[in-house]
Design a protein around this ligand. Structure first.
Ligand code: GCO
Ligand code: MG
Length: 408
């Protein structure tokens, strides 16, 4: 069996999904996601210029050898661009393998450990009243876990994960399309003073059964993160995400000495080498990698197994920029993983997105139910894809009040 050709598509409804389609001489094709938010054309070019020419003629069933060939063969290894490109190829090869087997992908990992996988939605509000409406909206849909992000009074601009517009509480998706990045102002003291009060009010209103997550988005210094974690411990978060930028991994020791709040990190990690110190030292409780820019199913499954050895659970990244292909790859891992924790979920559900990526996966009562179609269980409609083209966009750049550049 041989790979005969492969194509890359860039575009989608409100997002520049980077979709890889690998064709074989037996007519079976595989699909993968290489979307790297706000840098989408780079993995697309990496695939087109460097990787696809090497794929032609290879046996698609040898997904491990092909992964090693690209990873070890690159010499300049790792990094989000290369790993997203390898990730898309790897997903597509697993899709082919499971289609050949006539099985849903999770069967090739060892079958199902659970029927439905717990999801969390993004609740958001320009202020606390909006955030409460947003949480109520997700509770009505049956969600049992929500990430809460709230506008901070007197913050000069809106902060991460929060809409500019009052009343914008449903399925909030940031529009990053700009010629140059927008700029935001951040004030750590205001955030640290207000956010615990907001959590207090939410526990008062919604009680302690609701699973509440919160994303600091890398903005605190190690000592501040320890203080914040200590203070919010009483609100029993499901997790506190990215309290500090994870480059300085030992900074988390400080937080661990002061608080038992569960910590989730890893959405910007690309490889097991970014994760292994945090996992082996028990500095985190949830690992947040994703199947796209952490090198596909082959590599992420290794990370999941390592995490399992140290009682770290999964909480895969599922921001709006992940295409339904990446979400499906993760759904199959979630169905199997003995150390599954939770899955972030935003992507599916718009008619445009469903038309571009038809699938029978379902979401009900805040749980994801993986379909029993062979392979990833997601198709790609090339005619629909022709409606979209690439639109450049940037993540905002964050500054402190005095102009110092900070972490987005
Ligand atoms: C999350 C993330 C995202 C990132 C986004 C950047 O927890 O989902 O923090 O919202 O900001 O993936 O492209
Ligand atoms: Mg995050």
């Amino acid at each position: 069996m041989k790979i005969t050709s492969a194509k890359v598509f860039v575009g989608g409804p409100k997002k520049n999904y980077v979709t890889l389609k690998i064709m074989t001489d037996e007519g079976v094709y595989g699909l993968g996601d290489a979307t790297l938010n706000c840098r989408e054309t780079l993995p697309a070019h990496y695939l087109q210029e460097y990787l696809i020419p090497c794929l032609i003629g290879k046996d698609p069933r040898n997904s491990e050898d092909i992964w090693q060939y690209f990873y070890r063969g690159a010499y300049f290894r790792r990094g989000p661009i290369a790993m997203a490109a390898f990730g898309a190829i790897d997903m597509a090869l697993w899709d082919i393998k499971a289609k050949l087997a006539g099985m849903p992908l999770y069967q090739l990992f060892g079958g199902k450990s659970r029927e439905g996988a717990l999801l969390y939605a993004h609740a958001t509000g320009k202020d606390i009243a909006d955030l409460e409406d947003s949480i109520a909206f997700y509770l009505d849909q049956g969600y049992k876990a929500v990430r809460v992000q709230c506008g901070i009074p007197d913050m000069p601009t809106s902060s991460y994960g929060v809409s500019e517009t009052k009343g914008d509480v449903k399925n909030y998706i940031t529009n990053f399309v700009t010629n140059v990045p927008a700029e935001e102002i951040w004030d750590t003291e205001k955030y640290m003073r207000y956010m615990p009060k907001a959590l207090d009010r939410l526990r008062d209103k919604f009680g302690f059964d609701l699973k509440i997550l919160h994303d600091v988005h890398h903005r605190l210094l190690p000592r501040e993160a320890a203080e914040f974690a200590k203070e919010v411990e009483q609100y029993k978060l499901f997790w506190l995400e990215d309290p500090t930028p994870a480059e300085d991994q030992d900074a988390l020791k400080f937080l661990r000495q002061h608080s038992t709040v569960p910590v989730a990190i890893g959405e910007v990690f690309n490889s097991i080498y970014d994760c292994n110190h945090l996992i082996q030292q028990n500095l985190i409780d949830f690992i947040r990698v994703c199947c796209t820019y952490a090198g596909g199913i082959t590599h992420v499954k290794r990370i999941v197994d390592l995490a399992g050895l140290h009682n770290v659970r999964t909480g895969f990244h599922g921001a709006p920029s992940h295409s339904p292909l990446c979400m499906a790859a993760q759904a199959h891992l979630n169905a199997w993983a003995p150390n599954f924790g939770i899955q972030e979920y935003l992507v599916l559900g718009t008619p445009e997105c469903d038309a571009l990526f038809p699938s029978n996966h379902t979401v009900k009562d805040g749980m994801f139910f993986v379909s029993d179609e062979p392979g990833l269980g997601v198709d790609f409609d090339e005619k629909e894809a022709a409606r979209y083209e690439f639109q450049r966009g940037y993540h905002p750049v964050t500054r402190l009040q005095d102009g110092t550049v900070w972490n987005y």
